[in-house]
Design a protein around this ligand. Structure first.
Ligand code: ADP
Length: 335
């Protein structure tokens, strides 16, 4: 099941690093965001100033971190990486901010999970390039204002709507990343196969692209598993037989759904008779945080027409029953 999970662990991050496009021109798909970003970056470079702060939103694995790295490379700045959950205290953020150099790009992943005091410190830093560093403790503590060099924050979030408005407003540009089309994923796969020195056949690329849940991270991960399969149980070539073999071994279903996706569908169809059911109830049933269900599983399930978000809650569509091999409840009950 891990094969199609869209989150990445540390080991995978290392494997991914080799496959990351380094320049905007190598970044596949996302024509709208790429075009907008190219304009913002070219203008900043022409003025010889750091670009405006950039917010990137979209489900995991669609290229937010990659774009942050590309932004740093395109403006010739150093990339500093952190995340909302990693910053426990405002002091942690103050330490990062006060060490920034001119043109640095500060990437904050999961920025919607920043604690409130850190968030407020970030407002000031983003708007006025200032941070108040607190020295000492208790009544003797003093706050020393520090001016920061011009830098750029790139924030990533699974949903821009999760961000408090004052923080959202500090970003000059927000890019929404969409799921990739199968044709775009094929391009990602071909590029990655080239970098891995693997021979990927066209029919295998098409098959993997359609099973990757619209997500480059999953496409690259499946590619590595197919490479394993081809090496150990195949001919070494990444052909359709190797692709099918690996997809079977790792239980990737026809639509490329992962364990959480399937759990959500099963709960909706089997426990709740197709819904409508509230997000929190659904999340508790599958043993996940509501935010995870909402931002990781749902967007793809909605896009595939398997579930509906209605004002009364989530509902399964006939396609969901069909996908699970179940019979939908009799007519008239569903909608
Ligand atoms: P996110 O930060 O949104 O979770 P990442 O930027 O870490 O996603 O991307 C995950 C993997 O997918 C990386 O290995 C990256 O190389 C690959 N990837 C993402 N977007 C693209 C793209 N547009 N073109 C090529 N590879 C991509």
């Amino acid at each position: 099941d891990r094969v199609v999970d869209s989150a990445a662990d540390d080991l995978e991050r290392a494997a991914e690093a080799a496959l990351r496009p380094r320049r905007l021109a190598d970044f596949v798909g996302q024509p709208v965001v790429r075009d907008q970003l190219s304009l913002v970056l070219d203008a900043a470079n022409a003025r010889n100033t750091p670009p405006d702060h950039v917010l990137l939103s979209g489900p995991p694995g669609l290229g937010k971190t990659t774009l942050a790295m590309i932004i740093a490379a395109e403006v010739d700045g150093a990339l500093r990486m952190t995340s909302g959950p990693a910053i426990q205290h405002a002091g942690d953020l103050a330490a990062i901010l006060s060490s920034l150099q001119e043109r640095d790009v500060l990437f904050i992943d999961e920025i919607h999970r920043l604690a409130r005091p850190a968030e407020e410190m970030l407002y000031l830093a983003m708007e006025d390039y200032r941070v108040d560093v607190v020295v000492g403790k208790g009544p003797g503590a003093t706050s020393i204002p520090l001016t920061l060099p011009p830098f750029t924050v790139v924030g990533a979030t699974t949903r821009a709507g999760l961000l408090p408005a004052p923080l959202r407003d500090r970003f000059g540009f927000t890019g929404h990343l969409e799921f990739y089309s199968p044709a775009e994923l094929e391009q990602v796969l071909r590029r990655s196969a080239g970098l891995l020195g693997a021979e990927l056949r066209d029919d295998a690329a098409a098959e993997l692209a359609s099973r990757s849940r619209g997500t480059p991270r999953i496409a690259n991960r499946l590619l590595r598993r197919v490479q394993d399969f081809a090496q150990v149980r195949g001919t070494g070539v990444l052909d359709l037989a190797a692709a099918h073999g690996a997809l079977d071994v790792f239980e990737v279903d026809r639509l490329g759904l992962d364990r959480l996706d399937r759990a959500v569908l099963q709960a909706l169809c089997q426990r709740f008779g197709g819904g409508p059911v509230g997000l929190t109830t659904l999340a508790v049933t599958v043993g996940e945080e509501p935010e995870t269900v909402e931002t990781v599983a749902e967007p793809f399930l909605v896009r595939e027409g398997l579930i509906l978000r209605t004002p009364r809650g989530r509902m399964a569509t006939p396609a969901a029953y069909d996908h699970l091999g179940l019979r939908p409840p009799s007519e008239g009950m569903l909608f």
